[in-house]
Design a protein around this ligand. Structure first.
Ligand SMILES: [Ca+2]
Length: 460
């Protein structure tokens, strides 16, 4: 389907099936994919006289998992030799809707997880199936922007969902900004620096150098640009005068080479590199910063290093400052490729949910005791702190009876970018022209996707 080609979405699909797929692969001792977000399912069973049992539907609690991949549906049978034996059989079907010759219904940004449970005992059994999912919206931007991961329980018709998105933080009073310039090169000289080698030239650059792609992004007239000599061959180093770290953040503009330790800007304390940054093969200098709270009061130097002659073996730097305010390198990322929303839903109007669990242990303990979730309607946490929501379907099975519990993982990321920044199709950056996703013409949120799948489930 079209959706599988979309970088972020594809990862989402990966996440959605990471657990069963992981089990399958683990069974063949090949490799276990890393799961980028915390996600999974658990089953709770209770017989009339017995203690409740909770098991996660993965290889931690099932030692004999069978995977049958008959495209487009993956079937997983959960078996275990563990005692006490469960009084039920559990099987899952995982698929994204695929309708031949129907592009639209084959490109729905959703994965269906259907658990089929059969009571194999001669007593009635109370069964709960619970799924959890971590809010992953813009997770990779956690150290570059301030925002709130928000989870909400939403009930619509026959669908119970936890929807996950990202919202701007509440504005809070900021202290007056203090900015101390360490160096802006506006004297047009290296009078505050000790310069070695030839790459830095006799004075800071005032623009693009001969044979160089057009540079931009520096501040004022002068900046450091080591593309001297018309190529990357020349090397050198510039060492600043010693200064005292008096503010919690050091900010700078940086561009060009991305060679770690070789084309870089370093903060050096007691002869050791304590912070470092490189360019990102960018001809436009962009803002970067270091948190130096723990170094306040120390004597430090800045080293600008060019000891690389391979392609992109040069570095561009300007406007090195200290400041008391944590910079937001990215504003709130509402147009970022990873901005959007995602939802975990049960196709069950009676399902219980929690918008945010306290911990996985507490979640499993609550499920064990009550067979349902605590109903917490909303959760908020700073972007980067793990926040997991969960939904659970509960039902009673007579001896021999079977029932399905159907869950849906849906997503909506409308800002797909054309340029992935050369870092691989699975790692979208925020760069490039916005091309969007076709599905954003058809849906307006992950909940809208869930509603559509629920309404058309039999056909899909
Ligand atoms: Ca400057």
């Amino acid at each position: 389907t079209g959706v599988w080609w979309v970088p972020y979405e594809n990862r989402e699909v990966d996440y959605a099936i990471a657990t069963p797929l992981g089990e399958h692969r683990a069974a063949y001792r090949t490799y276990r994919p890393e799961s980028y977000v915390d996600q999974g399912f658990a089953i709770r069973v209770k017989t009339p006289g017995g203690q409740p049992q909770v098991r996660t539907l993965d290889r931690n609690d099932f030692d004999d998992i069978h995977f049958i991949g008959e495209y487009p549906i993956a079937t997983i049978e959960y078996r275990s030799r563990q005692k006490p034996a469960l009084p039920v059989d559990v099987q899952a079907e995982v698929f994204s809707p695929l309708v031949p010759l129907n592009t639209r219904d084959s490109a729905i940004p959703a994965t269906v997880l259907r658990y089929m449970v059969t009571n194999t005992s001669d007593e009635p059994v109370d069964v709960s199936i619970a799924g959890w999912l971590q809010n992953a919206v813009c997770l990779e931007l956690a150290d570059r922007t301030r925002a709130i991961s928000r989870n909400r329980v939403v009930r619509r018709a026959a669908v119970t969902s936890v929807q996950m998105d990202l919202v701007p933080p509440a504005p809070k009073p900021q202290p007056p900004a203090r900015v101390r310039v360490i160096e802006d090169f506006e004297t047009g000289t290296y009078e505050n620096w000790e310069v070695e080698g030839e790459a830095f030239g006799a004075a800071p650059a005032s623009g693009t150098l001969p044979n160089q792609q057009p540079m931009s992004g520096w501040k004022g007239k002068y900046f450091v640009n080591t593309y001297l000599g018309g190529d990357d061959r020349l090397q050198g180093r510039a060492v600043s005068k010693t200064f005292k770290i008096s503010e919690p953040y050091v900010t700078f503009l940086i561009g060009s080479g991305d060679h770690k330790d070789r084309t870089c800007l370093n903060l050096v304390v007691d002869g050791k590199v304590v912070r470092t940054a490189t360019g990102s093969r960018n001809v436009k200098l962009t803002p970067g910063w270091w948190d130096v709270n723990e170094l306040i009061g120390k004597q430090a130097q800045i080293h600008i290093v060019d000891r690389e002659s391979a392609p992109w073996g040069h570095i561009a730097v300007d406007q090195i400052c200290q400041t008391n305010r944590r910079p937001d390198v990215l504003p709130f990322p509402h147009d970022h490729a990873q901005f959007g929303d995602m939802a975990l839903s049960a196709l069950d109007s009676q399902a219980t949910a929690t918008a945010a669990w306290a911990s996985k242990e507490a979640f499993l303990a609550h499920l064990a005791e009550h067979g349902k979730l605590d109903g917490r309607p909303a959760g908020r946490s700073p972007l980067g702190e793990k926040q997991c929501g969960a939904v659970a379907s509960a039902f009673r099975l007579a001896p021999g009876e079977s029932r399905d519990a159907t869950f849906l993982l849906s997503w909506y990321f409308p800002n797909r970018r054309q340029d992935n920044g050369g870092v691989g199709w699975a790692m979208p950056s925020g760069n490039g022209r916005r091309v969007g996703n076709m599905y954003s013409n058809w849906f307006d949120s992950s909940l809208d996707v869930a509603r559509y799948v629920a309404e058309n489930f039999d056909r899909l």
